[in-house]
Write a protein that binds this ligand. Structure first.
Ligand code: NA7
Length: 562
């Protein structure tokens, strides 16, 4: 135990032997990552259960995704009144968002406000990257090593490393000879980047590139957008929140929270029950037009069959393509932007502020790198199969090794030294997205196999952290200190994850990061659980209520002997 630190962990569960390599006292729980999930998990375990818990965080501050992604235009696509913690009624009353979609600096301020309010920093070790974690079966402890060589031991290891935190910088030949500056959007310099008077090249047109391009174009001398796969986007229609709306949030905070627990996407809007294919073309057009005007992710929710029927989806896809062609004045550019090869929202659907309008600026041009791929980076810019583009700055808006990347980077080894990397070499496998057979006492927050990125993240995060907390409380109450997902439970869960994906159009887009399609060599497996957040919550609750079937719980020998 940490000297002088109160813990409620029963003596029987405490490892009293100091392992030879261990420099730190044994903790009840070690959490990796101090973003939305790690911060809340710390509150749950330390303040609710009274455990000794610490967080290791690679960054120098809290925030996770919102600490790293400081690129111009970075903003949340969920609306602010559902993008926060809801575990504390008073906290919801004490924070005001300023805009419909909170911008990165405001979210980071919010997370710092939460860290201050619950005095979290005293148990977070910053600038500390985990480079290896081993399960020590004899001691029933996780042994964790950091980049600086520090060693930690803990009964439970909880990964709160985010889904989109391992930057994917494509391996273009010649990057090292580029004379200008280059940046990945997910590792943006804290001091910002001055684009004034610069020739900027931006690779990537996912949610990030679509947010960044309009902002970069405002100050750059010229912005060249290198597009491989054309993408849909719907206007966000961001606005400052009125005093009336802010009051409405406070007065209805509990009802909004309940609604986010009932919907399949953790949002405060429901997916309509009407079907696109049973709606007349005129009526459909009106519905899409109204959704386009309202803006935001809700566009996806206007027809029940949009994500399950290709024919229904085609009506939405056709609407957005027509919008792109009506906004973008240069017909050649409009044709490249609207030549989209996948269903609407088959990849994560971006929302934007003036993205397509940006291509009407005289200082912005589009390069189709599907037609003429990028061959290399030269000292002076980017060379494609068709031309060379001289640049001062290159922005990689090229996404992430999503979901599994951050877990693999921790170099996790389970029982008998089995590496997670090996165990998952054909794609991630787990039970309920929470635990992997062979890796006792390891819990994953919003990892593969859970709704995670298909849900409004704070809703998914609170559900996971609460479930893990209740599970650990149950174990403590029953004198148990070891939990491991059973192989059969894992196999049948993965079947459910695959079935859920196959029932939607999400699994039909080979280049989507949901499927690992954006990282060369990554197994093509649909990673998140697409069966809906409300359904998933029910499944997890039922498992807990039934005494955790599918998990094997036990008392390690020392505990059993007492
Ligand atoms: P995404 O959605 O993975 O988008 C990355 C973009 O970068 C996408 O347009 C890719 O094209 C492009 N890309 C990646 N590698 C290359 C290479 N080698 N050449 C050319 N273009 C490339 O990442 P984002 O950061 O935009 O968004 C991630 C999530 O953050 C988002 O979904 C939200 O949940 C928040 P491709 O489509 O693969 O052809």
């Amino acid at each position: 135990m940490i000297k002088g630190k109160k813990t409620l962990m029963p003596d029987a569960l405490i490892d009293k032997t100091e392992p030879s390599f261990n420099a730190e006292p044994v903790l009840d729980a070690l959490i990796v990552g101090a973003g939305f999930s790690g911060m809340y998990q710390l509150i749950c375990l330390r303040d609710r259960l009274g455990l000794s818990a610490k967080v290791l965080e690679a960054g120098s501050g809290v925030g996770g995704t919102w600490y790293w992604n400081r690129y111009p235009g970075a903003r949340c696509d969920s609306e602010s009144h559902v993008y926060w913690y809801t575990f504390d009624k008073k906290l919801m009353q004490d924070w005001d968002w300023s805009e419909r979609y909170p911008e990165q600096p405001e979210i980071l301020r919010y997370l710092n406000f939460v860290a201050d309010r619950y005095d979290l920093r005293r148990d977070i070790r910053f600038n500390t990257r985990v480079v290896r974690a081993d399960y020590d079966a004899a001691a029933n402890l996780w042994r964790v090593r950091t980049e600086a060589g520090e060693l930690y031991s803990a009964r439970f290891l909880i990964t709160a490393v985010g889904c989109l935190s391992t930057a994917n910088v494509p391996n273009f030949p010649g990057l090292e000879q580029f004379k200008g500056d280059w940046y990945h959007t997910g590792q943006w310099p804290h001091e910002g980047v001055d684009f004034t008077g610069k020739r900027v090249g931006m690779i990537g047109t996912g949610s990030t590139g679509i947010q960044a391009a309009p902002v970069i174009a405002k100050t750059a001398a010229h912005l060249t957008v290198f597009q491989r796969t054309a993408n849909y986007s719907v206007p966000a229609r961001n606005v400052p929140l009125t005093p009336e709306f802010k009051r409405w949030i406070k007065e209805n905070a509990e009802e909004i929270r309940s609604l986010t627990h009932e919907t399949q996407n953790g949002q405060s809007f429901r997916i309509e029950t009407r079907k696109a294919l049973e709606t007349s073309p005129e009526e459909r057009e009106k519905i899409y037009e109204a959704a386009w005007e309202r803006g935001g992710l809700q566009f996806r929710a206007v027809f029940e069959d949009m994500m399950s029927s290709k024919a229904a989806n085609d009506t939405a896809a056709d609407f957005v393509r027509r919008k792109i062609r009506s906004i973008v004045k240069d017909q050649a550019t409009a044709a490249i932007l609207s030549d989209i090869d996948h269903p609407y929202a088959g990849k994560r659907p971006p929302i934007d502020t003036d993205y397509f309008e940006t291509f009407n600026r005289p200082n912005v041009s589009l390069v189709d790198v599907k037609a003429a791929p990028i061959e290399c980076i030269t000292a002076d810019g980017i060379r494609t199969a068709a031309a060379e583009y001289p640049l001062d700055i290159i922005v990689f808006a090229t996404g992430f090794d999503a979901m599994t990347g951050p877990l693999m980077a921790m170099n996790i080894h389970g029982r008998g030294g089995e590496a997670l990397r090996e165990s998952w070499n054909a794609g991630p496998r787990n039970y309920l997205g929470l635990q992997v057979s062979g890796f006792p006492n390891l819990f994953m927050i919003t990892g593969p196999g859970s709704p995670s990125v298909l849900c409004n993240m704070p809703v998914a995060i609170e559900q996971h952290a609460d479930w893990i907390t209740d599970c650990i409380a149950h174990m403590r109450a029953n004198g148990l200190d070891r939990i491991e997902a059973q192989q059969e439970a894992m196999d049948s869960w993965i079947e459910k994850v695959n079935q859920a994906a196959a029932a939607t159009l999400l699994s039909t887009v080979p280049h989507s990061w949901y499927l690992g399609g954006n990282v060369p060599g990554k197994p093509r497996v649909f990673m998140p659980y697409a069966g809906g957040m409300a359904n998933y919550r029910r499944i997890c609750d039922d498992v807990a209520a039934a005494g955790y079937p599918g998990f094997e719980m036990s008392a390690s020998e020392r505990v059993a002997a007492e």
